[in-house]
Design a protein around this ligand. Structure first.
Ligand code: G1P
Length: 289
């Protein structure tokens, strides 16, 4: 089955970025001149996804407006001879088909994904969590779709983390079937280092068979009193083939201030128009520290 839809949960309150997120959705905070969510949607588009399902909540309207056309702004840019900017803005409005569904209560990631069920229909689909940005020539979601196409099962994107950081992530267990892919036996949500089965953590990239919805309907509240996607994936592991795939790419935890800062510096260094400026700033600061 071709993976055409990606579910992106964006209903969270963004408490780690308060007070900025008091009025602005955290997904709209920019890294340089693009909001964070732009990078995730771009990843989806470059991975062959044709439709994004945002699982949203009140106060997040700016996200869907961002991906809509803004005729007034476009007209203004044309009138003022800002052709290049016009094209950039127009392109965002035409980037991809967007559907939004509401998550009326914040009951966890599993609940958020289940909210997308009627829009996803009978298809298998991708899930992209906006707190992480992964930079690579072949986008991470594409790498996971390739693994799904090869092995015909759900695929969870994983990366190696230091043992002491396992408490931050869902950690997978399984047996290796080739260098980068494991056949999964299950996963543990945010284990203490001593309880972690491996150091392979998911930063929030999944390709899920449609059967996940059945599992999401059956799970009980889990860690933190929330409906956990991890619990539904564990159920799926008992009934179907689920794989973990170690993706390639530089990952930024842009849900944290440190990761946000790192991404900002690296992205500036990676841009022709900003690279020299960033190097100058870093050199100046180096002298002062
Ligand atoms: C969620 C998932 C967790 C995953 C993480 C990635 O947790 O439950 O398995 O590793 O996202 O960001 P959250 O960070 O929403 O608590």
């Amino acid at each position: 089955m071709k993976i055409k839809k990606a579910v992106i949960p964006v209903a969270g309150k963004g408490t780690r970025f308060l007070p900025a997120t008091k009025q602005v959705p955290k997904e709209m905070l920019p890294i340089l001149d693009q909001p964070m969510i732009h990078y995730c949607v771009e990843e989806a588009v470059l991975s062959g996804i044709q439709e994004i399902v945002f699982v949203t909540s009140s106060g997040k309207e700016a996200i869907e407006n961002y991906f809509d056309r803004n005729i007034e702004l476009e007209t203004f840019l044309i009138k003022n001879n800002k052709q290049e900017l016009f094209e950039k803005i127009r392109k965002i409005g035409d980037m991809i088909e967007i559907v939004t569904v509401r998550q009326k209560e914040q009951l966890g990631l599993g609940h958020a994904v289940l909210c997308a069920k009627s829009v996803v229909g009978k298809e298998d689909f991708a899930v992209i969590l906006g707190d992480d940005i992964v930079v690579n020539n072949i986008p991470v979601t594409r790498q996971l779709i390739d693994c799904y196409d090869k092995h015909h099962g759900s695929v969870i994107g994983v990366m190696q983390v230091a043992k002491e950081l396992t408490y931050k992530y869902g950690i997978v267990k399984g047996t290796s079937i080739d260098g980068k892919t494991l056949k999964m036996q299950g996963m543990v949500e945010k284990p203490k280092p001593e309880d972690a089965p491996t150091n392979l953590a998911t930063p929030g990239r999944y390709i899920l068979k449609n059967e996940i919805f059945g599992a999401l309907e059956r799970i009980e509240r889990g860690a933190g009193g929330e409906y956990q996607l991890t619990d539904a994936i564990n159920m799926l592991c008992l009934e179907d083939k689920v794989f973990a795939h170690e993706f390639e790419g530089q990952r930024y935890d842009t849900g944290s201030l440190e990761g946000y800062l790192r991404a900002t510096v690296d992205f500036a260094l990676g841009r022709e128009d900003l690279r020299e400026t960033m190097i100058t700033i870093l050199k100046e600061k180096r002298k002062l520290i």
